[in-house]
Design a protein around this ligand. Structure first.
Ligand code: ATP
Length: 336
């Protein structure tokens, strides 16, 4: 296992700053999630770590050693791609053992390693099948097993669950977390799915336009977003924003309650005009406006609300976040 450090790491493709001066320290054994919209530089950053791209500037350290000039094979990093890239004509066993055959390991050692990785990922019974004969979730595990047999110091996972349907995806997330706890390999995981990021990451780095906008635990990223981009990107529905005396006031939809149901102390009240109510079974969403601002409340189903009516709603002061109206950066002090 290993720590990974990026210092001013930069990658330009002509005019595009795919990765722009990124500083990042990942501890030994950490599960770090890179989260960001399409084109924000996540895959490029992973490819730089793997040695599949050369940086335009900056340095990459693994366990304190600069590895800029190391070819991919010598970095001790394994990468699992979104497509899994399995060989269709090889069995699961041969797919997993492939990197070991390339390294010319003995048959017995290969068998031991494949069985260890397959056991860890619960695919020991599939070793004789071909990729076409297993499910998407199983293919993903084969790809991870293939990455693990070389006992990498660092594991890079680029949207490994994106080809799975929602239910399998959730189960795969739980499996992935369990396997990471067992093996403890330093992992960098790319996704644009925030539920995945919140559920898996020890820390999340939120990227936009090649830069890291914020890095922190899921709790900090959710409750103390550093700017309006992060606040709007994390949370379904995202944070609400209302302009007040030249600042943007932000609050989460679940922090916004009818005033008659809350103690008035330490709260501020807004007049909320409800346009539409959506019942989602476990909760309901009320879409409406405060002045000109579009706002959403996330409420228990039992609360009676009528579309087209206005209500007094309020937010605890401690749940309000303040942002610069023009720059979007946080201007009150973060909680932690
Ligand atoms: P996605 O979630 O869609 O995979 P991403 O966050 O992984 O996106 P990257 O694939 O790293 O983003 O791309 C970052 C930027 O760099 C994009 O503007 C992309 O078009 C550009 N880019 C990536 N690879 C190349 C390349 N080989 N040549 C030119 N531009 C590239």
């Amino acid at each position: 296992m290993a720590s990974v450090e990026l210092r001013s790491l930069t990658k330009h493709f002509d005019q595009v700053k795919a990765v722009d001066n990124v500083d990042l320290k990942i501890s030994d054994g950490e599960f770090l999630v890179l989260l960001g919209p399409s084109g924000s530089g996540k895959t490029t950053l992973m490819r730089l770590c793997a040695g599949l791209e050369q940086p335009t500037a900056g340095r990459l350290f693994i366990n304190g050693q600069v590895v800029n000039d190391f070819p991919p094979r010598e970095r001790g990093i394994a990468m699992v791609f979104q497509s899994y890239a399995l060989y269709p004509h090889k069995t699961v066993f041969k797919n997993i053992s492939f990197p070991l055959t390339v390294e010319k390991l003995g048959k017995k050692e290969i068998k031991q390693k494949v069985e260890w990785a397959a056991g860890l990922l619960g695919i020991g019974h599939l070793l004789d099948r071909r990729p076409a004969q297993i499910s998407g979730g199983e293919k993903q595990r084969v790809a991870i097993a293939r990455a693990l047999v070389r006992t990498p110091k660092v594991l890079l996972l680029d949207e490994p669950l994106s080809n799975l349907d929602a239910q399998v995806r959730q189960a795969a997330r739980v499996e992935l977390k369990k396997f990471h706890r067992e093996i403890g390999v330093t992992t960098i995981y790319v996704t644009h799915d925030q539920a995945e990021a919140m559920g898996l990451g020890d820390r999340i780095a939120v990227m936009k336009s090649g830069r890291i906008r914020q890095i922190g635990t899921p709790d900090v990223i959710y409750h103390d977003p550093a700017d309006t981009f992060v606040a709007g990107f994390i949370g379904i529905p995202p944070m609400n924003f209302v302009e007040q005396q030249d600042v943007m006031v932000g609050f989460r939809p679940e922090a916004f309650h009818p005033s008659n149901l809350a103690h008035a102390e330490n709260r501020i009240t807004f007049r909320f005009k409800i346009m539409r109510v959506e019942n989602l079974g476990s909760n309901k969403l009320a879409y409406g406006t405060i002045g000109d601002a579009k706002v959403i409340a996330n409420l228990p189903v039992r609360i009676p609300l009528e579309e087209g009516k206005e209500y007094d709603f309020s937010v605890r002061k401690s749940d309000l976040r303040y942002y610069d109206k023009d720059k979007g950066v946080r201007i009150d002090r973060a909680r932690s």
